[in-house]
Design a binder for this molecule. Structure first.
Ligand SMILES: [Zn+2]
Length: 277
């Protein structure tokens, strides 16, 4: 069933669980993610990133797969940085888009996000935006205290843009962390008190189970995952190669997708979204 973020995140917020937003990059990964969600009766957010796949052509494949899924699936544009990405996503049938203008000054971020909300909402497409900036894990030690989301700005941002959910910067990072992740839970708590829409956490891979569970208790409803799923896929492939079970590309691909699916199933249970579909 193809849905947007609105009802899913509202329910997650009310009942204090998190929904995984898994990056997918081809038809196999779409199917693996959907089967993980179906196996555990979990809602799912399929996050498609413009640098990983053609948003328009690939998006249509994801939309088709979501429509026939036995659980609610959101087809979501991840880090749409160009206006054209958002337009292509809506035309391909995406139900949700992230507009990432987090490196722009505050006023410009508001203005550009607002433009997207204006054309997305009338066609039932939900919008996520980011305030503050979640950086790259490789620069974690130098940048971990930079770009944190400010509560007072967050409230104004949501009021002025009309977005459906807000990605916050509270100490996580994209990719692999160089250093130990340190989350600012007091800040997250404040943000959850002042921001009227559900909160989103990017860079969940490598953040640690306890940190993620605590973040969910403090209001995070959507958790973005890629690196951990990728690593899990690769490690199943390595094991199978050692066991001399891989004789060609198709076995290699299915081993990787098995690792990806199992890791996603693990996170579904950790986040508590199992049996919420
Ligand atoms: Zn992200």
């Amino acid at each position: 069933m193809l849905v947007n973020l609105e009802l899913l995140l509202r329910d997650a917020k009310q009942n204090q669980y998190g929904i995984p937003a898994a990056n997918a990059w081809n038809e196999g990964s779409i199917r693996a993610a959907i089967s993980a969600a179906e196996n555990y009766k979990s809602p799912l957010i399929l996050a498609l990133y413009p640098a990983m796949a053609d948003i328009f052509e690939f998006g249509k494949i994801a939309v088709r797969a979501a429509k026939t899924a036995r659980v609610p699936v959101v087809v979501h544009l991840d880090h749409g940085q160009q206006y054209s990405d958002a337009v292509k996503a809506v035309r391909a049938g995406f139900t949700s888009i992230m507009v990432d203008r987090s490196t722009c000054p505050f006023e410009q971020n508001i203005a550009e996000v607002k433009e997207i909300v204006k054309f997305a909402h009338p066609v039932n497409v939900t919008v996520e935006a980011e305030l503050g900036h979640v950086g790259q894990g490789s620069e974690y030690e130098e940048t971990k205290n930079e770009g944190l989301t400010k509560p007072a700005e967050a409230l104004l941002f949501v009021q002025h843009t009309g977005i459906d959910c807000l990605a916050v910067a509270v100490g996580t990072s994209h990719g692999v962390y160089a250093g130990k992740p340190e989350l600012h839970f007091d800040l997250l708590k404040q943000l959850n008190q002042v921001v009227p829409v559900p909160l989103v956490l990017h860079g969940c891979s490598g953040t640690g189970d306890e940190n993620l569970k605590k973040a969910i208790q403090l209001g995070i409803t959507k958790l973005n995952l890629y690196t951990d799923l990728d690593k899990a896929g690769y490690s199943v492939l390595e094991q199978r190669i050692k066991q001399e079970e891989i004789t060609g590309m198709r076995q290699a691909e299915s081993a990787m997708l098995q690792g990806y699916r199992e890791k996603l199933e693990y996170y579904i249970q950790l986040f508590g979204s199992n049996h919420r579909a």
